[in-house]
Design a protein around this ligand. Sequence first.
Ligand code: KIV
Length: 275
Amino acid sequence: MKNTVITFGQAKSKNKKLTMLTAYDYSTAKLIDEAGVNSILVGDSLGNVMLGYKDTLSVTMEDMIHHGKAVARGVQNALLVIDLPFMSYQTSVYDAVVNAGRLVKEAGANAVKLEGGETVCSQIKTITEASIPVMAHLGLTPQSINALGGYKAQGRDEDTAKKLIEDAKAVEEAGAFALVLECVPAKLAKHITEIIKIPTIGIGAGRFCDGQVLVYQDMLGMYSDFIPKFVKRYTNLGEVMKEAFSMYCKEVEEGSFPNDSHEYGISDEIIERLY
Ligand code: KIV
């Protein structure tokens, strides 16, 4: 059954945990969708894990649309959320609505995600009024990496914890249908989860959130540039892939691949006539 923003809201009231994973291409999206995840996020983390940038700041609308389209073709039941990249919505409410519209019309998003609290509430409100559901994102917001001074947990002192609570209430009030909390102390995420009505989706925000999201390369052990504390590796696909790649090289070099089972036939008479 197709997951929608309505089923997201219902899950919170039924106390049913929500699952979300990132995807950036057709084949992976299809596998994740078939596994029964509630939502797939085409995150701007594609800048790191797919394009090899050191942060997400260089990611463009064209990147998001290109990968979003591929993912959309692989998704049947998951709610497809696509990130608005850096400077596609901060610049003005007009830019925000136009770019959110592009993610829906050109890439096939069911909803968009953007980072920030009170400062982006007019964007959240106007995009929502254009009938495009918005997922908000607070805590460690990678698009603000230069302002935050590094990838570190947020809301660990009283002032910043209070600010996070105010921002969470503000994005709910502005119309966001869900809220990602990234790298926030578990007890603070619990408090926020209890005081707002929209579901919270945690990444490094502990067990009390209404749902969880992970970058799929992190959980499969495919990305080793940086492994955050909050990541659980469910398998080490990176090692399995490397073994398979080197076995392929070895077999090609020694001549054991390809063998006759991988070859197409042709009659000997035809071959003889070619010499
Ligand atoms: O870009 C992304 O993948 C994200 C998740 C980490 C929530 O925003």
